[in-house]
Design a protein around this ligand. Structure first.
Ligand SMILES: NC(=O)c1ccc[n+]([C@@H]2O[C@H](COP(=O)([O-])OP(=O)(O)OC[C@H]3O[C@@H](n4cnc5c(N)ncnc54)[C@H](O)[C@@H]3O)[C@@H](O)[C@H]2O)c1
Length: 356
């Protein structure tokens, strides 16, 4: 299958993976259609991450500040831009925040996904040349022991409010396919890392704290295991799925790159020390063990043989290369970090991107 994509609605395209995905399409994949980026600009979103791009691709890129839960806004975007493809990233995405305040997760991740699906169903009635792609997480599968992998057919067993909200949205996406025939694809990926990630997630948080001489907080015994996927590899996987996957199919996407948190931190400390000139011993001395996250899943590991076999996708970077690029990016983009963490940033967003 080779699907023609011409007017793509990207939701959450001002967030970490969305920014990298939009850049991938224009800068590497040679996409020459239109992208409309619909994003509410929560604390995690920063449309300025694409400011240089929107200048270069003026005719191909539009930003709309709006909430995916607002049906009127979503309908208007579908009408104004004749959308034929929807790539759905928008979400509340941080597990710790979901433990402190689950309601926003149910609202955006469940109700927001429902709203998008329902508008797509009404606007695309009967069409089979359209596609709704939903981005989900491997966390919907639960926690693994020492061995084994998540496969596409692994039963769902979400443990946190975040993963439960993502699991609900996955079920809705599949239900809209089976019930209404909506053309959909779905991907479940492991932990992403790379440029433009909000510095609350493990890798950018640790890089920033190392650069700023702050404590490096490690949950529990630091032995939890995660698979790490470079964000550009994730972007290329989604692009591959959009172009070639059968409607109704789901793919796991991973880095095949499992690391215990403490071992990952050791590696990261070496890269940051070497590139920043900071003392490795001083950085090591900043490790601080903190109370474990409630319900902290022990191990996630993903089998992504299916996307390799069926669609010919491959990861392009080794973990060493990905980490080096990530640390280089944060070292050169401290102004971006300062702005996304500052109250000034939110004021600027409110002035420049009025909501519809
Ligand atoms: N980051 C990861 O490692 C990872 C791993 C697996 C799956 N995912 C999934 O990938 C997607 C993107 O993750 P991310 O890390 O880029 O997240 P992020 O938190 O960096 O970005 C989320 C974006 O969604 C926007 N948003 C939030 N609520 C919205 C709403 N109601 N309406 C419109 N926009 C809204 C935010 O402003 C932000 O720009 C999410 O669906 C997440 O569940 C992420």
């Amino acid at each position: 299958m080779n699907r023609k994509l011409s007017s793509i609605l990207v939701t959450g395209g001002a967030g970490f993976i969305g920014v990298n995905f939009i850049r991938h399409l224009f800068e590497r994949a040679g996409f020459d259609g239109r992208i409309v980026n619909l994003d509410a600009v929560t604390y995690a979103g920063n449309p300025a991450s694409l400011a240089d791009l929107s200048a270069g691709y003026k005719r191909h890129y539009d930003f709309v500040r709006g909430d995916i839960c607002d049906r009127g806004t979503v309908e208007k975007v579908f009408e104004d831009y004749q959308i034929d493809t929807l790539v759905h990233f928008a979400a509340e995405s941080h597990v710790d925040r979901s433990i402190l305040g689950p309601e926003a997760f149910v609202r955006t991740n469940v109700m927001g996904t429902f709203t998008l699906l329902d508008v797509a169903r009404m606007k695309w009635k009967g069409r089979d040349d359209v596609l709704f792609h939903h981005i989900s997480t491997d966390e919907v599968f639960g926690s693994l022991g020492e061995t084994g992998y998540f496969h596409e057919a692994t039963p769902y067993d979400p443990r946190s409010p975040y993963s439960a909200s993502k699991a609900s949205s996955d079920h809705l996406v599949r239900a809209y396919h089976h019930t209404y025939g909506l053309p959909i694809t779905l991907s479940n990926c492991s932990n992403n890392y790379g440029p433009y990630q909000f510095p609350e997630k493990l890798i950018p948080l640790m890089i920033q704290n190392m650069l700023e001489g702050k404590a490096l907080p490690v949950y529990g015994d630091g032995r939890n295991i995660r698979d790490w996927l470079y964000v550009e590899d994730h972007a290329s996987a989604i692009w591959t799925i959009l172009g070639r996957a059968e409607s109704g199919s789901s793919y796991n996407v991973g880095g095949e790159n499992e690391w215990e948190n403490l071992r990952l931190l050791e590696k990261l400390m070496e890269v940051v020390a070497a590139k920043s000139g900071k003392s490795l011993d001083a950085i090591r001395g900043s490790i601080t063990y903190v109370k474990d996250r409630p319900g902290h899943d022990r191990r996630y590991a993903i089998n992504c043989d299916a996307i390799k076999r069926d669609l010919g996708w491959r990861q392009a970077l080794t973990f060493d290369e990905g980490l080096e690029r990530t640390v280089d990016w944060y070292l050169s983009n401290q102004a971006w970090v300062d702005s996304i963490r500052s109250g000034e940033y939110q004021k600027w967003i409110d002035m420049n991107y009025a909501a519809r």
